[in-house]
Design a protein around this ligand. Structure first.
Ligand code: HEM
Ligand code: FPP
Length: 306
């Protein structure tokens, strides 16, 4: 277990943690998109859910995702201490007691799952449980320190929210949320590896076997290109399967076309200095906007054009 180095990595806080540090543990910026994809799954679902229950379901996805992020940081405080990007997080910076983070993460996990089950249904609660367990145990604890394919398999955790949102309304899992799961699943490698290319020295310093560290930049650029091609097919699949209409089709074609173009620039680039990797930064930033766009388009499409 990684507990000993973690304990030694952080100073003992002199005072109880500030509420802002508890919020920081939930990785609120990353989770906005996770929550948005869950909300879109919920809004795209057929059937009716009371607005208060819909709000509760989205709150549960946010709390569950925040709980998983907290447990991720509880486990990785020693690694976070070694990376510039993460060294100022509450645990490595010594602003919070490790036990407090563990209790917060476990408590929030149970609370989010139980509230989801009571407010909506136990299928939605079960999928929320799977995504929390997947992020904490499969990705963070098992795969991340062991294999460069960690985010391909582990990334599934972040792809579940549209299924959770849909299940909260319908009590089942339809073809559209599965298609959206696939889109997010294949989007994750280009999203993350674009970033990993320009923060590679951080991951190397922390000893994490991320793809650019283990396989090098050329191989990472090739893999980004490969997964972008699969992601493009996943993006167009809902149109071909007639799960969505023209509006989504137009947004998917234009939005995915730009994604493919940016990924191609990353594939072609020979830049080796992380500080100068502009194509990689562009692809990473656009990847976030892209997913917002695609999920937003699914909802508008289902509402306006169905
Ligand atoms: C295993 C899969 C993933 C990995 C390893 C990963 C990794 C990262 C990392 C390291 C960052 C930089 C965050 C920071 O500076 O603290 C980031 C940013 C971000 N990620 Fe991911 N990500 C993954 C999946 C996802 C998923 C599934 C979503 C949403 C559906 C997502 C949404 C975001 C957003 C919105 C940001 C920007 C946050 C900001 O503005 O600071 N990521 N990701
Ligand atoms: C509903 C639910 C439980 C959703 C889970 C959401 C989820 C798995 C999102 C994955 C995105 C994420 C924060 C990756 C960070 O990777 P990292 O932890 O390796 O990044 P770091 O280096 O910033 O810690």
């Amino acid at each position: 277990m990684a507990s000993t180095p973690i304990m030694s990595g952080a100073a003992t806080p002199a005072m109880p943690a500030h509420w802002r540090d508890f919020v920081a543990l939930t990785k609120p910026r990353v989770m906005t998109l996770v929550v948005f994809t869950g909300l879109c799954g919920l809004l795209a679902a057929p059937g009716h859910i009371h607005p208060v229950l819909a709000f509760t379901a989205i709150l549960c996805i946010a709390l569950g995702a925040g709980a998983a992020a907290t447990l991720n940081q509880w486990w990785e405080a020693d690694i976070d201490a070694k990376m510039k990007r993460t060294a100022n997080r509450p645990l490595p910076a010594g602003r919070m007691d490790r036990q407090a983070a563990l209790h917060f993460g476990v408590g929030l996990s149970f609370f989010s799952v139980l509230l989801m089950g009571v407010a909506t249904n136990w299928l939605a609660a079960a999928v929320l449980t799977v995504s929390i367990l997947f992020y904490v145990f499969i990705y963070t604890i098992w795969l991340k320190p062991r294999t460069a394919q960690n985010i391909v398999i582990g990334g599934a955790a972040g792809a579940f929210p549209p299924i959770i949102g849909w299940a909260a309304v319908t009590g089942d899992i339809g073809a559209l949320p599965v298609a959206l799961f696939m889109l997010t699943f294949f989007w994750t490698p280009p999203h993350f590896w674009a970033l990993a290319l320009f923060v590679r020295p951080d991951y190397a310093a922390a000893g994490i076997p991320m793809l650019p560290v283990v396989a090098g930049e050329r191989a990472t650029r090739r893999q980004i290109w490969l997964y972008t091609a699969i992601m493009a097919a996943a993006a167009l699949a809902p149109v071909l399967m007639r799960l969505t209409g023209v509006l989504y089709g137009v947004v998917a074609l234009a939005g995915t076309g730009l994604f493919v173009a940016l990924a191609f620039q990353v594939y072609r680039s020979r830049e080796t200095d992380p500080a100068r990797m502009t194509a990689e930064r562009r692809l990473f930033k656009y990847s976030i906007l892209y997913l917002f766009l695609m999920f937003g388009a699914v909802v508008v499409d289902r509402w306006l054009l169905a």
